[in-house]
Design a protein around this ligand. Structure first.
Ligand code: ATR
Length: 237
């Protein structure tokens, strides 16, 4: 890992060239800033508005985003969802929520996404930016509408992450039920309050490890053309 300050982030492209670094995975808080240091941004990363993987090929730096792939792979593998449910609730409107909403909108079977956030205007801006149209409804996260029809809940807020580890983004979690899958992309800690609430009502739970692993799997494929063993990566983490 190379810890890089925001001031130094614009130099990362030159550093990769000078040191002939073949690829980098990029994480907080640099996913937006590195869009300016690459020569080309993939259509997916452009739509998401963030780059988490840089591929250095033939002297050119190409920015990709593998988070959308990561979340779908985790939902398939850990959530048992070969197809996504028609109604999904997505919590959060930051960088992580952006990649996830992109993935959800790309899945034709998803008819309706309820986007819940503390700052409603930020959620509205995200939905408009991804041209979600009538497929997305925005609501405040502290006034959750009925989730009776919701088959999948995804937490992409930082609530539940250290140092806010004893909080749930859904208050007492009374809107959860046993016909839904609940994914919390937080992986520190792995057992979040939200997942405990989901478990207690009999919902299927998915923690944030799978998305972390699978965004890395896809990045490795981009760099090498080889699919790495995801289970070995997961064991190592
Ligand atoms: P990331 O890139 O990891 O998604 P981010 O862009 O800072 O991080 O987004 C954090 C998300 O968690 C946002 O949706 C944020 O809500 P706001 O848009 O209203 O800021 C949400 N969040 C963080 N702390 C929160 C809290 N204490 N209560 C409610 N929402 C919170």
């Amino acid at each position: 890992a190379f810890p890089v300050t925001p001031e130094e982030a614009p130099k990362v492209g030159d550093a990769m060239r000078a040191m002939q670094i073949r690829g980098l995975n990029v994480t907080v808080p640099h996913k937006q800033a590195v869009m300016a240091v690459v020569d080309e941004v993939s259509p997916e990363a452009q739509a998401i508005g963030a780059v988490n993987t840089i591929d250095h090929r033939d002297g050119r730096l190409v920015g990709h985003n593998t988070d959308a792939h990561g979340v779908l792979a985790s939902l398939r593998e850990d959530g048992g969802l070969q197809q996504l449910p028609a109604c999904v609730a997505l919590l959060g409107a930051g960088g992580a929520a952006r990649a996830i909403l992109y993935a959800l909108l790309a899945a034709e079977e998803v008819e309706r996404v309820t986007l819940l956030n503390r700052t409603v205007a930020r959620a509205e801006a995200l939905a408009a930016d991804l041209r979600a149209g009538s497929r997305v409804t925005v609501a405040p996260i502290d006034d959750v509408p009925s989730m009776a029809d919701v088959g999948l809940v995804i937490n992409a807020t930082s609530i539940g992450m250290q140092p806010e580890a004893d909080a749930s983004p859904l208050g007492d979690g009374s809107c959860l039920h046993d016909r839904m899958v609940v994914l919390d992309i937080v992986y520190k800690p792995l057992r979040t309050q939200l997942l405990e609430q989901a478990r207690s009502v009999g919902a299927r739970t998915v923690d944030g490890l799978g998305m972390l692993v699978h965004q890395g799997v896809r990045a490795f494929e981009i760099w090498t053309g080889v699919t790495p063993p995801a289970n070995v990566m997961r064991e190592a983490i």
